[in-house]
Design a protein around this ligand. Structure first.
Ligand code: NPW
Ligand code: K
Length: 530
């Protein structure tokens, strides 16, 4: 499990060590970790170290200090280092160490902007050490102009871009982005992962994330965000016992599909079956049921009522529209049943405003904006789709808080939030997963896991996950599995939703073979998050 913390939490954890006079030690650990990560990355790409050029963009605070000390280490390894000071002031000891190591520092001004931009664009490695956890807002003045020019000319695309702690302009707490931001290939972050690197749009700019431990770990509070890794899936995904039968393994009721979108019902059922549920019972229009039967003969179809259908969980809404009154009525009855429910797509606008944690809503950004609008969105009546995408963590938290439901926001990074503010961020997927029907398969996987794991409070408690937070954990497990299946199903080319469902058992099998020992080993070392 990866834990994400806000910049504010990290700064609070540093506080006792700073008070004990250990600030310089922390900075040495951070900058050494940064320099080592650069060297590892270059070696991994088959580049030599000696003679390779590095440009460090330096801010006036401690983030700039980290960058300067790291550049001093790199200069000592024979790299050709240049520092671009974006403010009159720079960390004095860092600057002195850098110059002692043979690095050249230049002040960025209106008159040097053009020349220094060209120098940075030519560098093999660019380290962004302008702003870290002490930033207020984004880059300003000539620093903003330099980064805009680099991004505009596309020249930074040829350099290895490494962000120091966070890409400057990304809010470490929320993942909000203040343009312009230099998109990093790698972010080397100190003490622990910052939540803002694990949520979109910040994650779009962070690239891969490496955590460098600096000795603050035991002062850290409860994390702001969690991310399951393969070892967690191996531990938490259900495994049938020797005496299990189809009913004990969980039965999922599916209320999905319509005359317009019958395929959504099929894909939801296929996702559920591939995610190990004991049985799927489908309720819906005869023409959809007939297609479901043809595609998935395993599914038991009927036109019965929700009350008469014995299941452990419900999936409602995929492929349904506002005109599907009979199906929407079933969706409401499923929610009223008190059983765990995953509510997708067409069900989202049709449910009561106040729900409960065992109801998992699965909107994409547009649907979440509509949901928030319908709910009055608290203090933010204007939270439209763009605003949701610009601050995903806040939007998903707002929705979980207002509805009392567990909310999963689909996206490149999938966020899951419980109403008691237990949060997950999963990013195993591939952009190829953005394809029609992919969400229906995900709904099926969530439904299957709700049916199998929903009543097993102890299973989650053993992993420190409370009863009301287990629904978010189940949704995050499903998002992770769906992402892994998508990744396994593509060799780098297009993907269909059916393929995702077909590849789920293989992805499941692969993670089930892992043990949690791997994770323990990783906690004590710098490790890649993806
Ligand atoms: N604490 C520690 O011991 C350790 C900290 N570590 C490192 O320190 C980083 C945090 O350092 P930090 O607190 O100095 O803040 P940082 O992010 O460098 O920038 C703030 C400076 O910039 C200024 N400024 C603010 N906004 C601005 C803007 N938009 N545009 C321009 N300027 C702006 C602001 O000045 P002000 O405007 O307030 O006068 C302030 O001087 C952290 O991310 C990690 O890398 C590690 O070495 C481990 C040990
Ligand atoms: K930075």
């Amino acid at each position: 499990m990866i834990s994400g913390y806000t910049g504010t939490q990290i700064r609070a954890a540093e506080e006792p060590l700073l008070a004990a006079g250990m600030g310089a030690v922390l900075m040495q650990r951070a900058s050494h970790g940064l320099a080592n990560a650069v060297i590892r990355e270059l070696k991994g790409r088959g580049h030599r170290i000696y003679g390779t050029s590095v440009a460090v963009l330096v801010g006036k605070g401690n983030n700039g200090g980290d960058g300067l000390f790291a550049a001093a280490f790199l200069a000592a390894r024979g790299m050709s280092t240049t520092a671009v000071l974006t403010a009159e002031a720079a960390h004095p000891e860092g600057l002195a160490a850098f110059e002692r190591a043979g690095g050249r520092a230049h002040l960025l001004t209106d008159s040097t902007l053009r020349r220094l931009t060209a120098d940075v664009a030519r560098a093999d490695v660019v380290i962004d050490a302008v702003l870290g956890t002490g930033a207020k807002g984004g880059l300003r003045g000539t620093a903003a102009a330099l980064v805009s020019r680099l991004a505009g000319s596309g020249t930074s695309g040829e350099s290895l871009v490494v962000a120091c702690d966070v890409p400057s302009g990304v809010d470490a707490d929320t993942g909000q982005v203040h343009e312009p931001v230099l998109a990093a290939d790698l972010t080397v972050t100190f003490g622990a992962a910052k939540a803002g690197l694990l949520a979109d749009p910040g994650a779009d700019y962070a690239g891969r994330v490496h955590v460098v431990p600096i000795g603050i770990e035991e002062n850290l509070p409860l994390p702001a965000l969690h991310r399951f890794e393969a070892g967690d899936l191996s531990r938490l995904l259900p495994q049938p016992g020797r005496r299990s039968h189809k009913y004990s393994r969980g039965v999922l009721g599916v209320v999905a599909g319509s005359a317009d979108y019958p395929g959504a019902a099929v894909l939801a059922c296929r996702g559920a079956l591939a995610a190990g549920v004991g049985m799927v019972r489908y309720l819906g229009p005869p023409e959809v049921a007939s297609l479901v039967r043809q595609s998935c003969p395993e599914v038991v179809c009927s036109i019965g009522s929700v009350a008469d259908t014995h299941v452990q969980a419900w999936l409602v809404g995929s492929g349904m529209g506002p005109g599907d009154s009979e199906q929407l009525q079933r969706a409401r009855e499923a929610v009223e049943s008190g059983l765990p429910v995953i509510a997708d797509a067409g069900a989202l606008p049709a449910l009561p405003a106040v729900l409960a944690p065992h109801v998992v809503l699965t909107p994409h950004a547009g649907e979440l904006a509509s949901l928030l609008k319908r709910l009055g969105s608290g203090r933010d009546p204007e939270l439209d789709r763009a605003a949701v995408e610009a601050d995903t963590l806040r939007a998903v938290r707002l929705a979980a808080g207002l509805t009392g439901a567990t909310v999963l926001l689909k996206g490149a990074t999938t966020l899951v939030e419980s109403p008691s503010r237990h949060s997950y961020s999963q990013a195993e997927g591939t952009p190829w997963l953005a394809t029609a029907g992919s969400g229906d398969v995900l709904a099926g996987v969530i439904g299957a896991l709700l049916a199998q794991l929903g009543s097993d409070v102890g299973h989650f408690r053993e992993s420190g996950i409370g009863p009301d937070d287990r629904w978010a954990a189940i949704a995050a497990l499903a998002a992770s599995l769906h992402g892994l299946a998508g990744r396994a199903a593509t060799a780098g080319g297009p993907l269909t939703a059916s393929r995702i469902a077909d590849t789920l058992p293989e992805a499941w099998d692969k993670v089930s073979r892992l043990t949690t020992g791997m994770e323990q080993g990783r906690n004590s070392h710098a490790h890649p998050l993806r």
